[in-house]
Design a protein around this ligand. Structure first.
Ligand SMILES: Cc1cc2nc3c(=O)[nH]c(=O)nc-3n(C[C@H](O)[C@H](O)[C@H](O)COP(=O)(O)OP(=O)(O)OC[C@H]3O[C@@H](n4cnc5c(N)ncnc54)[C@H](O)[C@@H]3O)c2cc1C
Length: 610
C-alpha cells in the first residue's frame, strides 16, 4: 500500500487481496498471492534503489479512503473511514484537540484545574492532550511511578497479547519495539519514553491515592481528598474537572477460599509477585487459568518440582503468530526508508482487529437451526477444538477437561504461551475438582484429596465491576455511585459521564472495553472527548456540564438492546465481562466505528450546562 500510495503504479491496484484465517478464524490476514508478492517486492526494491525519496505529503481523508478500500479488498463503510484515517496516523496528533479560535488568555487558563486520576496509558494520553492545550492539570497515582497495569504485574513472562504496532499511541511514530508483543518491561520503557518526550512528568504526583471526591455545588468544583501512601496524611485539593483513568484491572480479585490464611508456605496474587521467592524445584499450585494464569504457567512448569494447575472453567486458547519473536532489523529498515510503510503496517494490525467483532454477534436464524451464536463462531469453535485435540493427543483424558462447553469469545480469548505443552509435561497436573479449602500444607479439593505445596499462586484476575474503587464519589446533592448504580451495576453515558456527576469523565469506564482496535487508541479517543469537553467549558465560560438524565436513560436502553444481540451474557461460561447483576457491564456493545462516531466530540446538547 505504501508503494502504491507513493507511485500510483496501476499494476499494484489490480492485485487481488485474499483473506486467510488466523487464530482459528477469529481474525484474518489480508494477503497477496505469492506471485503478486514477488512483483511487489521487485517493484519496492527498484523504488528504494532509485532513492533516497522525500516523504510526499500524506493523502487527504478522501484519498486515504480509496487506499483503504484497496487494502481491504472492499469498500470501507462510511463510519470506518475516520477511525481508519486516525489509525493511519498521518497527522502528528491524529486525535488532537484544538482551540476553536485563538487559545484563551493565560490568566483565564491559570484559573482552571483538571485532576487526572491514574498514570497508566489512559492517564498519560489525557495528560498530553491537556498539556498541548495549556490547560493546567495534575495526574495523581497511588503507585510510585507511571505505568499502571504494567507496573504492578511483575509476574514472570508478563507481556502484551496485542501486537505492539497496534498497542501503542498514534502520536508516537515509528517507535522501535524490540519484540512484536512487548514484554511488560518494554511497555514501561515505552510509556516512560512518551512521558519524557512530552515533558509531562513534572505534573504527576505519585504515592497518593484519591480516596474521596465530592462535588461542591456552590463553586462548581470537585473537592478531592488524597491520601499519601507513604505517610498516611490526607489533603484536599480542588479541581474544576476530574478525569478518572483508573483502569479496569486495578483491584485484584482475591479468592474467598476457606482456610486461605492458614497456609504456611508462600502465597500471593499475581499482582503482588514476591520476587524473593526462588520457585525453582518447589511444589507449586496455580489457581486460575485465565489470561494471566495461562501466560505464567509455562514458566513455572519449566522449573517447578511439580505444578498443579487448578482450573474452574476452561478457556478458549489460541496460538498467536510471532508471540515471542524479536522485531528483525530489516523490518525496522523498511520503517525508516520506505515512506508510509510504518503507517500501513500499523493500519494492517488495526484492520485485522476489526474482524473479531462479527464472531460475537448472535445470529438468531442460525441458532434456530441448531447452531450456536453464528456460523463463524461455530467454525472457530471447531478449529480450536481440533487444535486442543491434536495438541493433547498423548493425554486424551485431558481433552474433555480442556475444551470449553461455551462458545469462543463469551470470555476473553487466552493467548497460548505454551499452556498445553506444559500440561503434557510429567511434572504438571490439571486439577478440575472444586477446591474445598486451603490447608496449612496445601489445597484440599472436594473429592477429599489434599495436595501439598510450597507456593500457591493466586491467578484469579481482577474485580472488574468495582469501577473507580476505592474512591467515594459524591455528586450533586450528595448522590453516591451506589445509589446511581443500585439497579444493575455501573453505568455511564458513553462510558464516560454520569448524571449528577458534573465535570467528571472516565476513561476505560463501564461498558468501555472495545471490540476492536487497541486500548491505546481508545484511550486517545476517550481523552479527546474528555479534554474537548473541558475545552468547550473554558471557551464558553461554563462552569459545569452534567449529562441530562433523559439522554443517559435513552443511551442505557440502546446499550442494553445492543448487548442482547451479543454473546457475553451467554448462559454458560460467563466471565468478568458480566457483573454481579448478570449484566454485561464491561464490554462496549458497539462496533469500533459505531462508538467512534458517538464520541468524536462531545455534544453540548447532551448536557445541562451552567
Ligand atoms: C497482565 C495484564 C495484561 C494485559 N494485556 C493487555 C493487552 O495485551 N492488550 C490490551 O488491550 N489490554 C491488556 N490489558 C489491559 C490493560 O489493563 C490495559 O490495556 C491498559 O494497561 C489499561 O491502562 P489504563 O491506563 O486505562 O489503566 P491502568 O493501567 O490500570 O492504570 C490505572 C492507574 O490508576 C491508578 N489508580 C487507580 N485508582 C486510583 C486511585 N483511587 N488513586 C490514585 N491512583 C489510582 C493505578 O495505580 C494505575 O496506575 C492487560 C491487563 C493486565 C492486567
Amino acid at each position: 500500500m505504501a508503494l502504491y500510495q507513493i507511485t500510483a503504479d496501476p499494476e499494484l491496484a489490480t492485485m487481488k487481496i485474499t483473506k486467510e484465517k488466523i487464530r482459528g478464524g477469529v481474525l484474518f490476514d489480508y494477503v497477496l498471492s505469492a506471485e503478486d508478492e514477488r512483483i511487489v517486492r521487485e517493484k519496492a526494491v527498484a523504488f528504494l534503489k532509485s532513492g533516497p525519496h522525500e516523504e510526499p505529503p500524506p493523502p487527504s481523508v478522501a484519498e486515504a479512503n480509496k487506499l483503504m478500500n484497496l487494502f481491504g479488498g472492499r469498500m470501507i463503510e462510511e463510519n470506518d473511514v475516520l477511525p481508519g484515517y486516525e489509525e493511519l496516523s498521518f497527522d502528528t496528533f491524529p486525535r488532537g484537540v484544538e482551540w476553536a479560535k485563538a487559545p484563551p488568555p493565560k490568566e483565564k487558563l491559570a484559573d482552571y484545574k483538571v485532576l487526572v486520576v491514574g498514570a497508566g496509558l489512559s492517564g498519560i494520553a489525557a495528560a498530553i492532550q491537556l498539556k498541548n492545550l495549556g490547560i493546567p492539570y495534575t495526574v495523581i497515582d497511588r503507585q510510585e511511578t507511571l505505568g499502571g497495569t504494567w507496573l504492578w504485574n511483575t509476574y514472570p513472562e508478563c507481556r502484551v497479547d496485542t501486537l505492539s504496532y497496534l498497542f501503542q499511541y498514534k502520536f508516537e511514530k515509528n517507535y522501535k519495539w524490540p519484540e512484536f508483543f512487548a514484554a511488560r518491561q518494554d511497555t514501561l520503557v515505552y510509556l516512560k519514553h512518551v512521558a519524557s518526550k512530552h515533558d509531562i512528568l513534572k505534573d504527576f504526583q505519585f504515592n497518593k491515592e484519591v480516596i474521596a471526591s465530592t462535588w461542591d455545588e456552590s463553586s462548581s468544583t470537585w473537592k478531592v481528598t488524597l491520601k499519601s501512601k507513604l505517610t498516611g496524611e490526607e489533603e484536599t485539593v480542588t479541581a474544576n474537572s476530574v478525569i478518572s483513568a483508573t483502569g479496569l484491572f486495578s483491584t485484584p480479585n482475591l479468592p474467598d477460599i476457606p482456610g486461605i490464611t492458614d497456609f504456611k508456605g508462600h502465597i500471593f496474587h499475581t499482582t503482588a509477585w514476591d520476587h524473593k521467592v526462588d520457585y525453582k524445584d518447589l511444589r507449586i499450585a496455580v489457581i486460575g487459568t485465565g489470561s494471566t494464569g495461562a501466560q505464567l504457567i509455562p514458566n513455572l512448569g519449566r522449573v517447578a518440582k511439580n505444578l498443579a494447575i487448578y482450573q474452574r472453567t476452561p478457556n478458549w486458547i489460541v496460538t498467536i503468530e510471532g508471540y515471542r519473536a524479536p522485531v528483525p532489523s530489516d523490518l525496522n529498515w523498511m520503517f525508516d526508508h520506505m515512506p508510509y510503510y510504518w503507517n500501513w503496517y500499523c493500519y494492517a494490525a488495526y484492520f485485522r482487529s476489526l474482524d473479531l467483532a462479527a464472531v460475537q454477534v448472535k445470529d438468531k436464524e442460525y441458532e434456530a437451526k441448531g447452531g450456536r451464536v453464528n456460523e463463524r463462531n461455530d467454525s472457530v469453535r471447531e478449529a480450536l477444538t481440533n487444535f486442543i485435540t491434536k495438541k493433547m493427543a498423548s493425554k486424551p483424558e485431558l481433552i474433555k477437561k480442556l475444551v470449553p462447553t461455551y462458545p469462543p469469545l463469551v470470555r476473553r480469548l487466552v493467548m497460548d504461551n505454551g499452556f498445553y505443552d506444559t500440561l503434557l509435561q510429567d511434572n504438571c497436573e490439571l486439577v478440575t475438582d472444586s477446591i474445598e479449602r486451603i490447608t496449612e500444607k496445601g489445597i484440599k479439593t472436594k473429592d477429599g484429596k489434599e495436595r501439598e505445596f510450597d507456593l500457591i499462586v493466586l491467578a484469579g484476575g481482577f474485580k472488574t465491576s468495582k469501577y473507580f474503587f476505592p474512591t467515594i464519589y459524591k455528586g450533586k446533592g450528595g448522590i453516591t455511585l451506589e445509589q446511581l448504580w443500585k439497579k444493575d451495576g455501573a453505568r455511564t453515558y458513553l462510558g464516560m459521564v454520569m448524571p449528577g456527576f458534573p465535570n467528571f469523565f472516565s476513561l476505560y469506564g463501564p461498558n468501555h472495553q472495545p471490540r476492536g482496535g487497541s486500548l491505546y487508541s481508545w484511550a486517545e479517543i476517550w481523552a479527546r472527548y474528555a479534554v474537548a469537553s473541558v475545552k468547550w467549558m473554558i471557551e464558553n465560560d461554563k462552569k459545569s456540564m452534567d449529562v441530562k438524565p433523559e439522554v443517559n436513560d435513552k443511551y442505557q436502553d440502546s446499550l442494553d438492546e445492543a448487548s442482547k444481540k451479543l454473546i457475553w451474557e451467554y448462559s454458560e461460561g460467563q466471565s468478568y465481562y458480566v457483573n454481579e447483576f448478570g449484566r454485561s457491564g464491561v464490554n462496549m456493545p458497539w462496533t469500533t466505528s459505531e462508538y467512534h462516531a458517538m464520541v468524536i466530540k462531545p455534544n453540548p446538547d447532551d448536557f445541562v450546562t451552567t
